[in-house]
Design a binder for this molecule. Structure first.
Ligand code: IPE
Ligand code: IPE
Ligand code: MG
Length: 251
C-alpha cells in the first residue's frame, strides 16, 4: 500500500456504514510460515512481520470505530510445533509487549489476555499481568490476545469453576444457564464476535472461541496474515455489511 493510500484509509471509508460496523472483530492470524517460505525466509520471519500486521489492524479498528478486537496468537495445539519456533514465539510476545505497552497506554487501548496463562513462561506472564493492570481503565478499544488458548480447554475450565461452586454450595445445579456459563469463560464481559476473519485460505475454526462464535459471520481470505492490511480489512467489512444476520429467525 502506498503512503497516500494509507493516509486515505485513516478514517472510515465512505462506503462503509458506521451503524453496520461489527462491534467485535476476531481474527485468526494464519499463514505467517507460508508467507516466509514464499520469500525464501525462515518461518520466524513470518511471525515477526505478523506482529506489524496486527499492530496496523489494531490501529485501524481504533481509527474506524470498532470497539473490540480479539486476535488468536497461540493455540493450545501450537505447543506441538518445533521447540525453536515455540521458544521464538514466546520471546517475541514478551518483547513486543514490553516495547508496545507505552504506546498502548498513550492510545488508551485496554489489553486483555485470554487462555491458560499459567502455563506460559514466567517472564511472559509478568509482562502480561503488567500490561493488563496498566491498561485496565483504558476505553478507546478492547484488545484481547488469545495465547495458549483453546476453546475446548476454556469450556472445561469453566465447567470446573462452576462445579466447584456447586460443591461449595454457592450455586445450585438448576441455576446454571447460558449467562452463568458465560461468566466463567475467559471472555466474560466482552460481547461475542460479530465477525471472524481468517487469513491464508483455511476454512476452519482451529479451536478458537467455540462458544462465543455460535453466530459470528465468517470471512475467509487467501491473503497470508503478514500481507493483511487496511484495504483487506476494508474488503472484509464491506462483505460483512452485505450479510443478513438472522440468528435463526425469519427476517
Ligand atoms: C499463524 O501462522 C501464527 C501462529 C499459529 C502462531 P502459521 O505459523 O500457522 O503459518 P502457516 O499456517 O504455517 O503458514
Ligand atoms: C490457528 O492457526 C492458531 C493461530 C493462528 C494462533 P494454526 O496454523 O495453528 O491452525 P491449523 O493447524 O492450520 O488448524
Ligand atoms: Mg497456520
Amino acid at each position: 500500500m502506498t503512503v497516500q493510500q494509507k493516509i486515505q484509509l485513516q478514517y472510515l471509508p465512505s462506503d462503509l456504514k458506521p451503524e453496520l460496523l461489527p462491534k467485535h472483530v476476531a481474527v485468526i492470524m494464519d499463514g505467517n510460515g507460508r508467507w516466509a517460505k514464499r520469500q525464501g525466509l525462515p518461518r520466524i520471519m513470518g511471525h515477526k512481520r505478523g506482529v506489524d500486521a496486527l499492530k496496523d489492524l489494531l490501529r485501524c479498528c481504533k481509527d474506524w470505530g470498532v470497539e473490540a478486537l480479539t486476535a488468536y496468537a497461540f493455540s493450545t495445539e501450537n505447543w506441538g510445533r518445533p521447540r525453536e519456533e515455540v521458544d521464538f514465539l514466546m520471546t517475541l510476545f514478551q518483547k513486543v509487549l514490553r516495547q508496545e505497552l507505552r504506546e498502548m497506554v498513550r492510545e488508551n487501548v485496554q489489553i486483555k489476555f485470554v487462555g491458560n496463562l499459567n502455563d506460559l513462561p514466567s517472564a511472559l506472564q509478568t509482562e502480561i499481568s503488567r500490561s493488563m493492570e496498566e491498561t485496565k481503565d483504558n476505553r478507546s478499544i478492547r484488545f484481547t490476545i488469545a495465547t495458549n488458548y483453546g476453546g475446548r480447554q476454556e469450556i472445561v475450565q469453566a465447567c470446573h469453576a462452576i462445579a466447584q461452586k456447586v460443591e461449595q454450595g454457592l450455586l445450585k445445579a438448576d441455576e446454571i444457564d447460558e449467562a452463568t456459563f458465560e461468566r466463567h469463560l475467559y471472555t466474560a464481559g466482552t460481547c461475542d464476535p460479530d465477525l471472524l476473519i481468517r487469513t491464508s485460505g483455511e476454512v476452519r475454526l482451529s479451536n478458537f472461541l467455540l462458544w462465543q462464535m455460535a453466530y459470528s459471520e465468517i470471512y475467509i481470505t487467501d491473503t497470508l496474515w503478514p500481507d493483511f492490511d487496511r484495504s483487506e480489512f476494508h474488503r472484509a467489512l464491506s462483505t460483512f455489511q452485505q450479510r443478513q444476520r438472522r440468528f435463526g429467525k425469519v427476517v
